[in-house]
Design a binder for this molecule. Structure first.
Ligand SMILES: Cc1ncc(COP(=O)(O)O)c(C=O)c1O
Length: 390
């Protein structure tokens, strides 16, 4: 029997409030959470089925043979993005966090503590600021140019940081929080620069499967021979299929000496078994579901632009080209010294504050990975706060 077609975002507020995940459990019951990067989606049917099947046989031990998940991941990247990676070079980790920390720490051990600078591009994914010190690295900020228009690379800034000794660059591509999908030319320029200065680029492509229809995502490893040579790719099904609680991520590189010796291709002990089971079902059997989500997110991004234009035209918004994060400049709304707190206190909506991404309090990040109803409610709540203060 064909599976009935459901809108992945068709899920009631009452049901969402029963969730115990971070997004929903860490806010009070009258607050609408629009912060951490989880989506308000129903699981892809094939993912739910695979997990139910595992539960039915109490298959809840350690992760073991990852080959099925790994080939599903490799095939997905070949079919979607035209990138054929050699599966025997892939390593399995619990998540991007652990992968990035283990790899950066290992690289810095070889480079020496005097070469521990890692370039990042604020406004950027907040955890990069905590992961790098955890790995023994020093954050070197080279901000994106014109983040209000999605952001472009500051090549001169990169070069200055590289000349000053930074040997690693950690890239979020597509970019969290601006939602930029960098073009092949932009990435190629960065790759040439990195290659010239002997800089390793860690391309965190966790948001890539959520690139919107009609936008081309170019995997770092396919950009140019230089990119491939300097690159370390990190990916996971966790953002795109909303599986963050299950724990599985993948790393691919053609470089040597990237991992500690125990990180062999067979070492899958750190991953969650449900992470591998769900990743396999996601990459292999949940591509239609993913396309429904991508289409829904693209519509939400457009809807948000229309609603802001109608109700809050002073807000700066450049629509994302991927994923579910909207990067908003709220300076003109006069929300006081801490806009996020004001919106929480007076509007009962919880968004992420600009400063955690390396930006000022003029900025907030709004999570639109939800139903259009909630996107409307977000704008209504923010508009009500503004109206009440005037
Ligand atoms: C760019 C980026 N990298 C990594 C992560 C987190 O990945 P993980 O949960 O696998 O550590 C996120 C989560 O939002 C992210 O946006």
């Amino acid at each position: 029997m064909p599976t009935p077609h459901h809108d992945p975002f068709d899920i009631s507020l009452a049901e969402l409030r029963r969730r115990s995940s971070a997004k929903w459990s860490l806010v009070e019951p009258d607050v609408l959470p629009a912060w951490v990067a989880e989506m308000d989606v129903r699981l892809a049917p094939a993912v739910a089925k695979a997990l139910h099947a595992a539960i039915d046989i109490s298959d809840s031990g350690y992760a073991g043979d990852a080959s099925a998940a790994l080939s599903a991941m490799v095939d997905f990247h070949r079919d979607r993005f035209g990138w054929s990676m050699d599966g025997s070079r892939v390593r399995v980790f619990s998540d991007v966090h652990v992968a990035a920390v283990i790899i950066v720490r290992h690289l810095i051990e070889q480079l020496g503590p005097e070469n521990n600078g890692v370039i990042i591009t604020p406004p950027v994914y907040n955890s990069f600021y905590t992961w790098m010190p955890e790995a023994g690295a020093r954050v070197v900020e080279v901000p994106l140019i014109e983040p209000e228009r999605g952001g472009r690379f500051d090549l001169a800034g990169f070069e200055a940081a590289m000349v000053a000794g930074a040997k690693i660059l950690l890239l979020s591509s597509p970019h969290n929080p601006t939602g930029r999908v960098f073009t092949r030319d932009e990435l190629a320029e960065l790759a040439a620069l990195a290659h010239r200065h002997g800089v390793i680029v860690i391309a965190d492509e966790i948001h890539a499967p959520l690139t919107f229809p009609n936008t081309e995502f170019v995997p770092w490893m396919t950009v140019s021979p230089e990119a491939r040579e300097v690159g370390i790719w990190v990916g996971s099904a966790s953002k795109s299929w909303n599986l963050a609680g299950f724990k599985a991520a993948f790393v691919y590189t053609e470089r040597e000496n990237v991992y500690p010796a125990d990180r062999t291709p067979e070492n899958t002990w750190g991953a969650g078994l449900f992470g591998l089971i769900s990743a396999e079902a996601a990459y292999r059997d949940s591509r239609d579901w993913l396309d429904d989500v991508r289409a829904g997110l693209a519509k939400n991004a457009t809807l948000l632009g229309r609603l802001l234009g109608e109700h809050l035209p002073e807000v700066g918004y450049h629509p994302p080209e991927a994923s579910y994060l909207a990067w908003l400049n709220v300076a003109a709304l006069d929300l006081g010294p801490n806009p996020t707190q004001t919106l929480l206190d007076e509007g009962r909506i919880f968004v992420s504050p600009g400063p955690i991404f390396g930006a000022s309090t003029d900025w907030i990040r709004l999570n639109i990975g939800t139903s259009p109803t909630h996107v409307r409610e977000y704008v209504a709540r923010i508009a009500a706060v503004v109206a009440n203060r005037r």
